[in-house]
Each structure stands twice: as C-alpha cells, then as structure tokens.
Write a protein that binds this ligand. Structure first.
Ligand code: GAL
Length: 426
C-alpha cells in the first residue's frame, strides 16, 4: 500500500476512535449526572404523632420544606408512645428490604441492634462534613459509636425520671412539696388517696415499665442500677427485691383504667387536677406546653423520688438505613437534624434539651432551663424503656416478666424473671 494512503487510513481510524471515545465519555457523564440528581422525596419514620411530639417534628419539617422546596416530605410516623407499634412496623420493613430514608432509634443498646443486624450505614462522613463531633456531649457520642464508627444523629436528650405534680392538688391534700425519697412518696400517695384524687396517674404497659425503671433507680441507687445492665449487677439481690416491693406498693395508688390510657391521657389527669402525680419523661413538658399549661401553676416537677442528682437519660437519634431509596436527601436531612437551628426549633416544643451543647438557652421554657442545668451537673443513668441500657430483645423479655407481674403481683417470680432475662442478655 502507498505510504500516503496508509497514513490517511490511520488518520481516519484514529478519528473514528476519538469520536467513539468522546461519545462514551458523554454517555458515562450523563449517567453520572442522573445518579447525582437530587431525589424528589424523603421518607422519615418515627413515632411522633401525638400531643407535643408531632408538633416538635413539624417544626423541623417546616425548616426542611423551606430549604428543600422541591423534595416532598413523606412523614411515615406510626402512632403509639415509646415506639411500641412503630418498632414492630419498622422491623417488618427492614426485613423486607423496604427501609425508609431515615428512621428514629434510641441512642445506646437499641441503636446497636440495627447496627449489628447490618441495617445501618456508618455516617462518620456526616460528622466530619458538618463538624458534629465537637458540638455533641462525649457520653452521647459513645452511645452512637460502634467499633469506632458513628451511626446516627441525636436530636435531643430526654429525661425519664421526672415526677410531675399538680401544686394545688398537693396543697389541698396537705402534701408539702414534692417527695424526695421513695418512702416520702408512698406517704404522699396515701395522703392524696385520702383527699379523694387519683394519687398517681398511670397509662398503658410501657408507661408502667417506665415507672418501674424510675422506682428501681430510686430504690437501689445509681451505681447499683448502672451495674445491673453491665453484667456485673445482681438482679437477685435484696435491693432489687426492695425496689419490686416499692413498685408494688406504688401500683396500689394508681388508676384502675391505666391499660387503656396513653401517656398523654395519664399526664393530662395531673394538669386537669384529677391526679396528684405522674412519673413520665419530659415529653410531658412538651405536651403541657401544647395544652397552654403554666409551669409552677398548672404543673410542677421534681426528680422522681430517690433520684435527685441523677439524670436518667435517653436520646432520640436518626439514622441512614442501608438501601435508603433517597440517600442523597437523607444525608441532607441528617445534616439539618444536627444543626443548631433545627435543634433549637424542635426541642423547646418537644420538651427535651438539645443534644448540641451550643444551643440558645433563652429559647427554652422554665422546666427545660432546669433540665439544662441538671444535665450539666447530674450523674447519669440510662433509660431501660427507651433503649439506652437494654436492647430490644432484653426489653421484650422484661415486658413479658412485667406483664405477668402486673397480673399476679408475685414479686418473687418477677425478680426471677428479671434475673433470667439479665442472664441471657447482659
Ligand atoms: C420515647 C421517645 C420520646 C417520646 C416518648 C413517648 O421513647 O424517645 O421522644 O416520644 O417515647 O412517645
């Protein structure tokens, strides 16, 4: 072949190759752009549908909508306090590989369930990108870290061990101030009974477990309580038996329709002047605020009896599930939740203190200002009912033992049930 013709053919072949390569680049680039395009929906799963709770979530949703007008917010909240129903629905969805884009989970043992089951992405990059590690309390970071990685963004810190009371009901019953110890509490309950009001308002079973964990802490003390969850504690001890007996006595002063009441129904009995006391987490403060009730007038509070100086805490956090259908916007959601503006909008309404340590205290009401101060100085104990100290399996076994006890009132069997559950799970 003549060298000139040969050169021309080579040039044509090279040009063709170049065209081919260029079109490949275009195809790949377009595909890339397509996967990077912002999703148009975000599905968030929680159990915040009721009084005080939905309003808190709505505050964050409002910010989200303003900042992401083209993304439809799908609120997949499932009703039922403490996530009793929601957690079951979530488990089914996760098993069916149908996760929402982000779901609520308690910091601590509960979160670890999801991590160990391989259902969550680690989100170290979110913390790095948005500088979250610096602004969250160390002990909280520990609770959401597993094998060196972070798995959720906490929005708040709730306090479980709060005794709510109606100041004028207490006055009328001749009860001088909030009882500080369990035995003072029992004496006050007796006085309230004599005065013809419900001494202690109680609701459905999870609120009864909530009451139990505060009585346990108030009876055995912080060090023993904390040890019970770490494998070193003695569930068969006389101290635990004392706690069960105290609990049994206290249950004798509660409303008989408890199983059919939500936590809101039970807390409301206090601000309505029908009950003297209620032991509930500080989401009750969010609810009272929503009901326009006045602190120190319509309701007062103190540490649950025997738990002064201790913050029995829990934290709601949000996750990035593996296979989240709209992962890109889910990351933006987590970024928003970690921000000061979202935490300062959410928490004053939800009735919790912010997880971030740089929040603006002026935005928080009288109760929450108290809680902010307590958080700084109190010793810590984790909540059972709200997933800090025991995972879902352990909680379920305690639920079973408690359910039997509520029927039989057999303290010995209850203690044996608790000990057996600890042996299996601690
Ligand atoms: C807790 C949750 C709180 C509050 C409460 C009552 O488990 O952490 O945010 O919602 O249940 O529903």
């Amino acid at each position: 072949m003549a060298p000139k013709l040969q050169r021309r053919r080579t040039t044509i072949a090279a040009a063709a190759l170049l065209v081919l390569l260029l079109s490949l680049v275009v195809v790949v680039a377009t595909a890339g752009a397509r996967t990077q395009a912002t999703s148009t929906e975000l599905e968030v799963f929680s159990w915040w549908t009721g009084g005080g709770e939905a309003a808190g979530l709505e505050k964050v949703i409002a910010i989200w909508k303003k900042e992401h007008p083209s993304v439809t917010f799908k609120n997949a909240a499932v009703a039922g306090g403490a996530g009793t129903n929601a957690k079951a629905v979530l488990a089914q969805r996760l098993a069916a590989k149908d996760p929402p884009d982000s779901f609520q989970g308690h910091a601590g043992a509960e979160l670890q369930d999801y991590i160990k089951a391989g259902q969550l992405e680690q989100i170290d990059f979110v913390y790095r990108q948005f500088g979250l590690k610096k602004v969250m309390p160390k002990q909280l970071i520990q609770q959401i870290t597993y094998q060196g990685h972070l798995y959720s963004v906490p929005v708040n810190i709730h306090r479980a061990n709060v005794l709510w009371f109606n100041p004028s009901v207490l006055r009328k019953a001749g009860i001088k101030g909030a009882p500080k110890t369990v035995s003072q509490f029992i004496a006050a309950l007796a006085k309230a009974k004599d005065a013809g009001v419900i001494p202690l308002a109680l609701g459905e079973q999870w609120t009864q477990k909530h009451l139990f964990e505060t009585v346990l802490l108030g009876t055995v003390g912080t060090a023993r309580y904390n040890a019970l969850w770490r494998g070193g504690g003695n569930w068969s001890s006389p101290a635990v038996m004392n706690a069960i007996n105290n609990y049994k006595t206290i249950l004798g002063y509660t409303n008989t329709d408890a199983p059919s009441l939500t936590w809101q129904d039970a807390s409301k009995l206090v601000v309505d002047g029908k009950a003297a006391f209620n032991i509930m987490g500080d989401w009750a403060n969010g609810y009272f605020t929503e009901l326009n009730k006045k602190a120190n007038v319509d309701y007062g509070w103190a540490a649950a009896p025997g738990t002064g100086g201790v913050y029995q805490w829990l934290s709601d956090s949000f996750t990035l599930p593996k296979g989240a259908p709209h992962r890109d916007v889910a990351v933006q959601w987590l970024k928003l939740l970690g921000s000061r503006r979202a935490q300062d909008a959410f928490n004053p309404v939800k009735g919790s203190i912010p997880a971030r340590q740089d929040a603006n205290p002026r935005l928080y009401n009288t109760y929450l200002k108290w809680a902010l101060r307590q958080w700084k100085t109190d010793k810590l104990a984790g909540s059972l009912t709200h997933g800090v100290v025991a995972n879902n399996a352990w909680n379920t076994e305690i639920d079973t033992a408690l359910g039997l006890f509520l029927q039989s009132k057999d303290a010995t069997k209850f203690q044996a049930g608790l000990a057996a559950a600890a042996k299996k799970n601690a």
